[in-house]
Design a protein. Structure first.
Length: 392
C-alpha cells in the first residue's frame, strides 16, 4: 500500500468561545435551562414548569419566537425576549440529489460552516449530523479528514442541525398536536464532520434533547454514534447516551489501519476490540455496526474478509460494506462490484449480516466521507485555528 497518512493530530479540541449578550436556549438541557431561568429571576418553584412549557414550544412545535408562546404571560415572554434567544444554524445552501438526498451547508457562530445530509429511504429518513468543524482525525480515505479541526460544535449547534432539517421537511406538528407517526426524520447518525467522542459532552447533551419524550421524541435505538475508536469514551457512550454504536473499522491489520485510520496508532485493533467486547449495551438485539469502506487493492481481499470474521468473533455485530465514495484528489479507488460481492459473501457465510451500503447523494458530494465545507478547505496552522475560534 503506497498511500501514507500522518499520525492523527494531537487530541486538542477547541471549544467555542461563547458570545456576550442574550443566551441561546437551543442546546440547553432541562437542568441547564432551569438554572438559566432562575438566574434571570424566575422563581425556583415555577422554574421546572416554565422549562416544560418552553421546551414544548421549541422542540415539540418548532416555535422560535417567544411572542408565540401563548400559555406564558405577556410579561414573562417579554423577560424571555430580553435575556434569551432561540437560534439555530443558518442555511447557506441547500442541494437536492437526483436520489432525493438533501445536503445543507449551514453557518454557525464565527462564520464557520458545516454540512448536514438527510437521506430518505422507504419507511425511514436518516439525518447525518456533524459534531465538529473539520475533524480531529486524518483518515486518509476521508475528504473531511483532509481539513484540520477548527473547533467543537456546541450542543445547540448539534441539535440545531436536527431543527434545520425538520424545518426544511415541514415536519413540525401543528401547535397543540403531538408528533405524527411515520415521520420523515426518524433516525440520526453521528457520522458527519468530526469525531463525536472528542466532543462527548456536547454530543451527549444534544442527543438527550433529541430523545426527550416531550420534544423531538427519538428512541435511543434510532440514534447511532460512529467513532473511529476513541477507546476511553466507548463505555461512557453506553452509560451516558445509550445509543447504538458504529465503528469506523476499515482494515484487518494494524499496518493497514495505521494508514487508513491513524488513531489506530494510539488505540490499536486489539485494544479497540477488547473495549467493544465489553461494551455495556451490546447484545443480539443491539449489535455493534462495523463500517468497512471498500478500497481497491488495499483492504478488499478474501484474506481480509476472513481476518475480519476472526477479529470480531464473539461480538454481536453487523458489517456495513461501504463502496468508496471518490472525491477530487482522492488517493484510492473503489473496489469493483464483483470484489465487494465476494467479500460480502464470505462475511455473510460466517454468520454476520453484511449489507452493501448504496451510495447516496454522490452527485452533490453528500455521500459518506465526502463532506467538507467550502470555507474550511485549506489546511490551517494551530495559530490560525485558535485565532478564528477567538482563543488567541
Amino acid at each position: 500500500m503506497s498511500v501514507t497518512a500522518p499520525i492523527t493530530q494531537d487530541v486538542h479540541t477547541i471549544p467555542r468561545k461563547l458570545p456576550e449578550g442574550p443566551q441561546n436556549l437551543i442546546g440547553l438541557t432541562r437542568e441547564a435551562m432551569r438554572d438559566a431561568l432562575i438566574a434571570h429571576g424566575t422563581p425556583e418553584k415555577q422554574a421546572k414548569m416554565r422549562v416544560g412549557q418552553i421546551w414544548q414550544w421549541i422542540y415539540g412545535w418548532g416555535v422560535r419566537d417567544f411572542a408565540e408562546m401563548t400559555n406564558l404571560s405577556k410579561a414573562f415572554r417579554g423577560e424571555l425576549a430580553e435575556n434569551f434567544v432561540i437560534e439555530i444554524p443558518e442555511v447557506v445552501t441547500r442541494q437536492v440529489s437526483e436520489d432525493g438526498t438533501r445536503k445543507y451547508l449551514v453557518r454557525i457562530a464565527g462564520g464557520h460552516e458545516v454540512e448536514i445530509v438527510y437521506i430518505p429511504e422507504e419507511g425511514r429518513g436518516t439525518l447525518c449530523v456533524s459534531s465538529q468543524v473539520g475533524c480531529t482525525l486524518t483518515c486518509s480515505f476521508c475528504h473531511t479528514g483532509t481539513q484540520k479541526l477548527v473547533r467543537n460544535l456546541t450542543a445547540g449547534e448539534i441539535i440545531g442541525q436536527v431543527l434545520v432539517a425538520r424545518d426544511d421537511l415541514g415536519e413540525w406538528p401543528e401547535i397543540g398536536a403531538k408528533n405524527v407517526e411515520g415521520r420523515l426524520l426518524s433516525n440520526i447518525v453521528l457520522m458527519g464532520m468530526g469525531e463525536p467522542l472528542y466532543n462527548f459532552e456536547n454530543v451527549r447533551d444534544a442527543m438527550k434533547i433529541a430523545m426527550d419524550p416531550e420534544g423531538i421524541q427519538l428512541s435511543r435505538r434510532r440514534i447511532t454514534l460512529s467513532t473511529s475508536g476513541v477507546v476511553p469514551e466507548i463505555a461512557r457512550t453506553a452509560e451516558e447516551i445509550g445509543c447504538q454504536l458504529a465503528i469506523s473499522f476499515h482494515a484487518t491489520t494494524d499496518e493497514v489501519r495505521d494508514k487508513l485510520v491513524p488513531i489506530n496508532k494510539k488505540w490499536n485493533l486489539e485494544v479497540l476490540l477488547e473495549a467493544l467486547r465489553s461494551y455495556p449495551k451490546v447484545s443480539n438485539s443491539e449489535r455493534i455496526t462495523f463500517e468497512y469502506v471498500m478500497l481497491h487493492g488495499v483492504n478488499d481481499s478474501d484474506e481480509d474478509a476472513h481476518r475480519l470474521v476472526e477479529l470480531i468473533k464473539g461480538i454481536p455485530a453487523k458489517i456495513n460494506l461501504i463502496p468508496f465514495n471518490e472525491w477530487p484528489g482522492a488517493p484510492y479507488k473503489r473496489s469493483s462490484n464483483n470484489r465487494i460481492r465476494a467479500f460480502s459473501e464470505i462475511v455473510y457465510n460466517a454468520g454476520y449480516a453484511s449489507p452493501v451500503r448504496k451510495p447516496r447523494g454522490e452527485d452533490i458530494m453528500a455521500a459518506c466521507g465526502q463532506l467538507k465545507s467550502a470555507t474550511e478547505r485549506s489546511r490551517k496552522s494551530r495559530k490560525q485555528i485558535e485565532a478564528e475560534a477567538g482563543l488567541s
